[in-house]
Ligand binder design. Structure first.
Ligand code: PEP
Ligand code: MG
Length: 537
C-alpha cells in the first residue's frame, strides 16, 4: 500500500481501478515537404474539421454541464481562428518547408509556453487550452481518433494534465475521479470537475506501474492510496458510502425552499471572486450572489482594469444569473491584497491601514471608473452594490454623493441604468455599534464576519500563530451580529452575512433566531446550509 498527498480540487471519495492516460506525443515527426500550398490546405481542412468537432462538443457540454461551462469550447474554436496562431502555422510550413503536423505542434508549444510564463493566473490557465486545440488538429491531420475509449469498468483517471475537452468527453458513468500531475485550481478542467461533481486531485505524478491497480482518491483530505490493504479498503468503502448518501441528500435539496419546519425563510446566496464562478453558483442552486469580490479583477492584472473590461465582467455575471440578485462589492484592495500598480507603499499595520473604501474615497478616479462600470452593467440584470470597510455615516454620505454624480453623468451621456440597491458591509466594530445610524442611509447590510472577528478580537486574521485565539463563535461577535440585524430591521432594511461564518451550520439555528435575512456562502456550501435551515424546527 502506498500513500500520496495531492492538492484538493473537488471533494468526495472514489475507489476503483487506476487508468493512466497517455497522450500520443510521439505522433509528430518533422517531415520535409515540396508543396507548401498543399500543406497549408491540409491544415485548413483539418482546422475546419476541428472547429466542427468543437461545436459538437459545445452542444454536448451545454446539455451535460450547462451553457457557462460549455463556453470554453466556443473559446477553443475562436482560438483556432486567431490570426496570430494561423500565421504562425503558415509561416513554419513556408519558411521551413515542413509538414502541417509539425507546424501545428510547434505553434501549440510556443503559444502554450508564452501563456504559461505570464503572471496573470487567467492566462496561465490558457496554456492547457492552446495545447488542447493544437493536439486536436494534429490528431485530425494524422488520422487519429480523439475519442477516448474508457472500457467498460468505471475507473479513476490519471494524467499528466487534462484538457477541458478531454474531461467533458469522458463518459461520466465510467469516470470515478481523476488525478493529474499538472493543472491549476483555476483551470477550466478543475471547474468542470466541480461542476460534474467528480472527486479530483492535482499535483500527483502517476507511475506507469499503477495502471490497473486499485486506487482510493480522498478528495476531502487530498490523499491518494494505491493498492490499499483490506482494512483501509473497508474503511474507505464505508466513507464513500456515507459520502454518497450525504451528496444524494444534498442534491435532492436542489429546487427546494430555504425554509425551517416552522415556516421561517432565509435567502441563501453564494460568494464569488471571478466571472467563471457563476457556473458553480447556478449548479448549487444558490438564490443569488451575495458577494462578488471585485478586487480579483484588479489582482489578475498588471494595470487598472478599464471601465469597459469591468463592465463586461459585471454584465456577464448579471446576465448569467438571469434576474437573480448579484451583489458586487467595490474594490477591497490593501492589507493582504496587494497590487503593485496601486503603489500602496509599506505600512506598519496594513490591516488597519490604507485599504478598501479609504483608497476609493481618496482616489475618486479609480472609484468612479468602477462605479460607472457597475451602474452601466446594472441595466443588464439585477445588480446591487456594496461598500467595504465602512466606519462612519460621513463616509457613506460621501459615497452616495459620488454615486449620484456618476449616475447623473451616465444618464447625460445616454446610458440606461437599472434600479440599484446600495448597501454596506458591516465588518468593523465601529460600523456595528453605529448600525442604527447607518441603517438610515443604505438599502441593506452585509456582515463581513472575517474582518469583524479580526477587528473585534484584535487578532490579525493572517497570523497563523493566533489561530487558536481567533474564536469565530466569540460571544462579542455574535452579539454584534444580533445588534446589527435588530438595527437593520428597525429601519426596514435587510441584513445578511457574507463572511465565512455564514456557512457554519452549527450556527444556522442561532442566525435564524437572530432574524438574518440572508446567508452568502461559497457555492459548494449552499446545499449544506439549506439542509441545516430545513432541519431547524
Ligand atoms: C469579510 O471580511 O468577512 C468579508 C466577507 O470580506 P473579505 O473576506 O474579502 O475581507
Ligand atoms: Mg472583509
Amino acid at each position: 500500500m502506498n500513500i500520496w498527498e495531492g492538492k484538493k480540487i473537488n471533494s468526495g471519495v472514489a475507489i476503483g481501478k487506476a487508468k493512466i492516460l497517455k497522450k500520443a506525443d510521439n505522433l509528430v515527426k518533422r517531415i520535409s515537404i515540396d508543396d507548401a500550398d498543399a500543406e497549408k490546405q491540409r491544415y485548413d481542412a483539418a482546422k475546419e474539421k476541428a472547429i466542427e468537432q468543437l461545436m459538437a462538443l459545445y452542444d454536448k457540454a451545454v446539455k451535460e454541464v450547462g451553457e457557462v461551462n460549455a463556453q470554453i469550447f466556443e473559446v477553443h474554436s475562436m482560438m483556432l481562428e486567431d490570426d496570430d496562431y494561423n500565421d504562425s502555422v503558415y509561416n513554419i510550413i513556408e519558411s521551413q518547408m515542413v509538414n502541417a503536423e509539425y507546424a501545428v505542434a510547434t505553434t501549440g508549444d510556443n503559444f502554450s509556453d508564452m501563456f504559461a510564463n505570464m503572471e496573470d493566473e487567467y492566462f496561465k490557465a490558457r496554456a492547457a487550452d492552446v495545447k488542447d486545440i493544437s493536439e486536436r488538429v494534429v490528431n485530425i491531420l494524422a488520422g487519429v481518433d480523439t475519442g477516448d475509449d474508457m472500457g467498460d469498468e468505471p475507473v479513476i483517471i490519471f494524467a499528466e494534465d487534462l484538457a477541458p475537452s478531454e474531461t467533458v468527453q469522458m463518459d461520466k458513468s465510467k469516470l470515478l475521479g481523476f488525478v493529474t500531475h499538472l493543472g491549476s485550481a483555476n483551470s477550466h478542467t478543475a471547474i468542470l470537475a466541480r461542476t460534474m461533481g467528480i472527486p479530483a486531485l492535482i499535483g500527483i505524478e502517476a507511475d506507469d506501474s499503477w495502471n490497473g491497480k486499485t486506487a482510493i482518491l480522498d478528495g476531502y483530505s487530498g490523499r491518494l492510496i494505491i493498492d490499499p490493504d483490506e482494512d483501509t479498503l473497508k474503511e474507505y468503502e464505508a466513507k464513500r458510502q456515507k459520502d454518497l448518501e450525504y451528496k444524494e441528500l444534498l442534491l435532492s435539496l436542489k429546487g427546494k425552499e430555504n425554509v425551517t419546519q416552522s415556516g421561517q425563510k432565509i435567502n441563501i446566496y453564494a460568494n464569488i471572486g471571478k466571472v467563471s464562478d457563476v457556473a458553480a453558483v447556478l449548479d448549487n442552486d444558490a438564490g443569488g450572489i451575495g458577494l462578488f469580490r471585485s478586487e480579483f479583477l484588479y489582482l489578475e492584472k498588471d494595470t487598472f482594469p478599464t471601465e469597459e473590461e469591468q463592465f463586461n465582467a459585471y454584465r456577464q455575471v448579471a446576465e448569467n444569473m438571469a434576474g437573480k440578485k448579484v451583489i458586487i462589492r467595490t474594490l477591497d484592495i490593501g492589507a493582504d491584497k496587494q497590487v503593485d500598480y496601486f503603489n500602496l507603499g509599506k505600512e506598519d499595520n496594513p490591516a488597519l491601514g490604507y485599504r478598501a473604501i479609504r483608497i476609493c474615497l481618496t482616489q475618486p478616479d479609480i472609484f468612479k471608473t468602477q462605479l460607472r462600470a457597475l451602474f452601466r452593467a446594472s441595466y443588464h440584470g439585477n445588480i446591487a452594490i456594496m461598500y467595504p470597510m465602512i466606519i462612519s455615516v460621513d463616509e457613506v454620505r460621501k459615497i452616495k454623493k459620488i454615486a449620484e454624480e456618476v449616475k447623473a453623468e451616465l444618464i447625460s451621456e445616454g446610458f440606461k441604468i437599472g434600479n440599484v440597491e446600495q448597501g454596506i458591509m458591516i465588518e468593523t466594530p465601529a460600523a456595528a455599534v453605529i448600525s442604527d445610524l447607518l441603517a438610515k442611509e443604505v438599502d441593506f447590510f452585509s456582515i463581513g464576519t472575517n474582518d469583524l472577528t479580526q477587528y473585534t478580537l484584535a487578532i490579525d486574521r493572517q497570523n497563523s500563530k493566533l489561530d487558536e485565539f481567533y474564536d469565530s463563535h466569540h460571544e462579542a461577535v455574535l452579539r454584534l451580529i444580533e445588534m446589527v440585524v435588530k438595527n437593520a430591521h428597525k429601519e426596514g432594511i435587510w441584513a445578511g452575512i457574507c463572511g465565512e461564518l455564514g456557512a457554519d451550520t452549527t450556527l444556522t439555528e442561532r442566525f435564524l433566531e437572530m432574524g438574518l435575512d440572508e446567508l452568502s456562502v461559497s457555492p459548494a456550501r449552499v446545499l449544506a446550509v439549506r439542509k441545516a435551515v430545513r432541519d431547524t424546527k
